[in-house]
Write a protein that binds this ligand. Structure first.
Ligand SMILES: NC(=O)c1ccc[n+]([C@@H]2O[C@H](COP(=O)([O-])OP(=O)(O)OC[C@H]3O[C@@H](n4cnc5c(N)ncnc54)[C@H](OP(=O)(O)O)[C@@H]3O)[C@@H](O)[C@H]2O)c1
Length: 238
């Protein structure tokens, strides 16, 4: 799907990959971009007449309903908002493990449940969600987060089948380390959010159902396609 002339909705647009995605959509000549953030102040630098700021916390049902009403012309939803709150499944507070599920899984599927009818009413379009390379195999130091992203990956597979009938394409995105606040403590080579955003839009344009937007995720996906157990072993050794 080509972003040109489309109406796009991006969650978590106040910083990181989300902000880079808004800018990339503008560069790809989107007609309108709804930039959603919990704090509207974070959107102030997105000075383009095509950007429509929306206040949205994806864990709040009322926020989601109101966003779907306001943005009734959306054709492409990009679920970017996400959180990394939990680490080891044995040691992290259960509350943090729940927070990861609430935002990354339940928040995202609630967005999809609200926006799928909107996109269908507009003749179809696309829904893309930021999963993670750790959706495919877990890392022990981020296990709670990994489980929430694995759940999202599974949801996207089922939704692909269900939404096809409504003329909505489904894209799952699996980044490796991207240089944002979320990856601050990770000592690995990182891709810039701008490059990741550009690669995501190129993947969507090429119709790739599974998008690996950086060199690390590309390399790990090759291993996973070959032998999923090898990726599990590789991540367990980190
Ligand atoms: N960076 C990486 O290495 C990496 C790798 C794989 C996948 N990802 C995924 O890519 C996506 C973007 O990550 P990032 O690296 O850009 O992270 P980031 O810099 O931490 O930004 C996260 C964004 O999500 C928003 N957000 C968090 N909870 C929210 C909620 N309840 N409702 C609405 N928005 C919420 C944040 O808003 P506030 O500013 O209000 O907190 C922020 O805009 C996430 O889904 C992440 O899991 C990132």
């Amino acid at each position: 799907m080509n972003i040109e002339n489309k109406v796009v909705f991006v969650t978590g647009a106040g910083r990181g990959i989300g902000k880079a995605l808004v800018k990339a959509c503008l560069q790809h000549n989107a007609r309108k971009v709804y930039a959603a953030a919990r704090d509207l102040e974070a959107l102030k630098d997105l000075a383009d007449a095509r950007v429509v700021p929306i206040k949205l916390d994806i864990t709040k049902a009322a926020n989601i309903q109101s966003a779907a009403k306001t943005a009734g012309d959306v054709q492409v939803l990009i679920n970017n908002a996400g959180i990394f709150a939990s680490h080891s499944l044995l040691d992290s507070p259960l509350e943090n493990i729940r927070t990861d599920m609430d935002v990354n899984y339940f928040g995202t599927i609630n967005m999809i449940r609200a926006f799928a009818p909107v996109i269908e009413n507009n003749g179809g379009g696309a829904i893309a969600s930021l999963c993670s390379i750790v959706s495919l195999a877990s890392m022990v130091f981020a296990a709670g987060y990994c489980a929430s992203k694995a759940a999202l990956f599974s949801a996207m597979q089922a939704l692909r089948t269900e939404l096809r009938k409504k003329n909505i394409a489904v894209y799952s995105i699996f980044p490796g380390p991207i240089d944002t606040d979320m990856a601050k403590g990770i000592e690995m080579a990182k891709t810039t959010p701008e490059q990741a955003a550009e690669n995501i839009l190129q993947g969507i344009r090429a119709g790739k159902e599974d998008i690996f937007p950086d060199p690390m995720s590309e390399q790990m996906s090759a291993l996973w396609y070959q032998n999923p157990k090898k990726l599990e072993e590789q991540f367990a050794s980190l």
